[in-house]
Design a protein around this ligand. Structure first.
Ligand SMILES: [Zn+2]
Ligand SMILES: [Zn+2]
Length: 671
């Protein structure tokens, strides 16, 4: 922790203090301290703001001169220890880096609407759950060695990549470091990419540590939120498991951060404050002088490059723990299979599924596309159904007895029509391509006696339903599971031996910078669901590009080979992590106004050595939720301050208020 003497000097009643409010305000405000009240720097307070109340944090004494009639007083002090100097520095650093108002970062620290209110006294009868006996698993020699390195890293800042194939026991290994931090009286934060994963790991860790971890994610009720926030702030939560927003919580005594599945795209928050939780976790670790563990079977290219440069440590778990063997990965060349435009499960894959079910094993069909069909067109006139507010096709959905067309980018939905809106022909509408509902329909026809279930990201917000299906699959009550990317993540299905990837090429389309890397990671994770116990797994990738480097390296389990190819490519084309990128997107409802504003900005692009600005050009989705979008892409050398460049630029040309500016530093998605 940074030493900061002002933290410990109380500011007394009658003086003025500078308060950062949890709002998108451009600067902190000055307030008077009422007599009899005393605060420290970092103290969370309640203040009047306009006609409303707001939470805020005391930054220090204020020397501003404010007329007495304009001066307002702090209402009250929040019952929580003051934020440390390092935490305040972290808030300001994130704001500066992400180019977001510091008050918005503070709002995340406060955990949302009034999480910091002291919970009402619980009824006396309700006792704390009793401590369970600790169930410590037996570790392999490799796990023990890896755990030893991680434990040694406690006490100061470092970043270590915990690198091991799926099923190699990474969780047990980093749990040793968490246990050691607990012993030292420190809190640990375990970050997971998906809320749905927290439920599965929760009971496992509760058993491991003999006490229930504290959960933090957007699915908590206000009461659960308050209780969790208080426990974290008062240092009474030794282990917190959370989604990306947990990174900003005001831990009293944080000693370790673990980012599980560190490569996962869900760590990037794309709305509100745009940040990458893994990168911010590394910075929090640095500012608080504590270790950060990044865990993955398919680490991101950024992490690998940092590791190769010696900035990150590297701990490997080479083998699958126990008896499990890596799955065999086979390519099915779709150009050689007999499939109609209405069928998606190739004869070769059918044979493998038949055999698995016959042996009492399970199969997983993977397709990263929700709904029934991604495109509906009129066979009479060629009309295609498009969302009125977005540049995207409407997706047919048939679930729950409702036959609808839905936009996956906004809330638009309508009943599936009988007639074509263009040529009025009836019963001429055709579904093009598969979504998982259509795939499930085909699987039911092909395997009528098998038990089927669908697990889609639609179900994601219904944690109980996800848990029910995951449990049923784990208990062999399902023969064929059909799922989107949600099934790729971390689940353990002992009887699953056949995985069929319906469209392995799907993620390679679109020309995204990370398309190959992401496709490899996703397919590798899906493949890792199979053969996790004694039965050997087989993975079938249906592809039209069997020669693609991603497919070839997958079959050979040659992750490092593919990474080397990708690293060379990124270096050659001056792409991250060898250079920096940012996007500046303008959006608004008036197309002409957007074009004008973008052209005006283009005239003010600062000339600076090494900086390259591409655009303005229509964003890859030129219309999104009714807003037209124009985009600039900024590319600069790795050592440059891309934020300073953007600030210079935006101070020279201010777009009108009706236009929204969206700045994304280190963009991950290029929608
Ligand atoms: Zn038509
Ligand atoms: Zn839409």
């Amino acid at each position: 922790m940074k030493s900061d003497s002002s933290t410990y000097t109380p500011i007394k009643g009658g003086s003025l203090v500078e308060v950062l409010t949890a709002q998108a305000a451009p600067k902190p405000f000055t307030y008077a301290m009422p007599e009899g009240l005393e605060v420290l720097r970092g103290q969370l307070v309640n203040v009047p703001l306009g006609t409303k109340k707001s939470y805020g944090v005391v930054l220090g004494a204020s020397h501003e001169t404010i007329p007495a009639n304009k001066l307002k007083s702090i209402y009250s002090v929040v019952d929580a220890p003051p934020l440390s100097g390092a935490m305040l520095d972290f808030i300001l650093w994130v704001a500066d880096y992400c180019m977001a108002p510091a008050g918005n970062i503070l709002a995340m620290v406060l955990g949302g609407e009034s999480a910091q209110k002291t919970p009402k006294k619980e009824r006396a009868a309700k006792k704390e759950p009793e401590a369970q006996p600790v169930q410590k698993p037996t570790l392999s020699a490799e796990q023990n060695k890896a755990a030893g390195t991680l434990i040694k890293s406690l006490g100061s800042f470092s970043v270590t990549l915990l690198d091991g194939v799926t099923g190699s026991g990474k969780t047990e290994t980093f749990c040793e470091a968490i246990a050691a931090a607990m012993k030292q009286g420190q809190q640990s934060l375990l970050m997971l990419p998906e809320i749905s994963l927290t439920t599965q790991i929760f009971s496992r860790l509760a058993a491991r540590f003999g006490q229930a971890p504290v959960l933090w994610h957007s699915g908590l009720t206000p009461a659960q939120r308050r209780k969790a926030w208080q426990a974290i702030a008062h240092g009474k939560a030794p282990l917190v498991i959370g989604a990306r927003s947990a990174l900003f919580l005001p831990f009293q005594n944080l000693g370790l951060i673990v980012v599980d599945e560190e490569h996962d795209g869900s760590y990037k928050q794309e709305e509100g404050v745009i940040y990458h939780a893994r990168d911010m976790a590394v910075m929090r670790g640095k500012m608080q002088n504590i270790p950060v563990i990044l865990s993955s079977a398919t680490p991101s290219l950024e992490t690998i490059v940092n590791m190769k440069a010696g900035r990150y440590g590297h701990v490997t778990l080479p083998q699958r723990h126990g008896e499990a063997k890596p799955p065999s990965i086979h390519l099915i060349d779709l150009r050689e299979e007999k499939l109609t435009s209405k069928n998606f499960i190739s004869p070769s894959l059918q044979t493998a599924i038949h055999a698995a079910i016959g042996r009492g094993e399970q199969a997983l069909l993977f397709l990263n596309r929700r709904g029934y069909a991604p495109l509906t067109l009129c066979r009479a006139c060629g009309y295609r159904f498009q969302c009125p507010s977005c540049s995207s096709w409407l997706v047919e959905h048939r679930q729950d007895g409702k036959h609808r067309l839905i936009c996956h980018h906004c809330d638009y939905a309508c009943t599936y029509p009988r007639a074509c809106p263009s040529c009025k022909a009836e019963d001429k509408l055709a579904a093009c391509g598969p979504g998982i509902e259509r795939l499930a329909e085909e699987a039911k026809k092909l395997f009528p006696n098998a038990r089927h279930a669908i697990l889609a990201s639609d179900t994601q917000n219904n944690l109980n339903e996800v848990q029910r299906i995951v449990d049923a699959m784990a208990n062999s009550e399902i023969d064929i599971l059909i799922g989107t990317q949600i099934v790729a993540k971390g689940y353990h299905f002992p009887k699953l031996t056949v995985v069929g990837v319906i469209d392995a090429d799907l993620g390679l389309q679109g020309g995204d910078l990370r398309a190959a890397e992401r496709t490899f990671q996703l397919l590798y994770q899906v493949a890792g669901r199979s053969g996790r116990s004694d039965d050997k797994g087989h993975v079938y990738l249906q592809t039209t590009q069997p020669q693609h480097a991603v497919m070839q390296n997958l079959t050979k389990h040659n992750r490092d080979g593919l990474i080397d190819v990708l690293i060379k490519e990124r270096e050659k084309f001056h792409m991250p992590p060898f250079a920096r990128l940012a996007t500046l997107t303008l959006s608004g409802t008036n197309h002409a106004a957007i074009t004008n504003a973008a052209n005006d900005l283009a005239r003010h692009i600062p000339v600076q050595n090494g900086f390259k600005v591409l655009g303005p050009a229509p964003a890859p989705m030129p219309l999104l939720r009714g807003r037209h979008r124009q985009r600039f892409l900024i590319q600069s050398p790795k050592s440059s301050k891309i934020q300073a460049f953007l600030r210079d630029w935006l101070s020279a040309a201010k777009p009108p208020k009706s236009i929204r500016l969206h700045i994304d530093i280190d963009p991950q998605s290029f929608v």
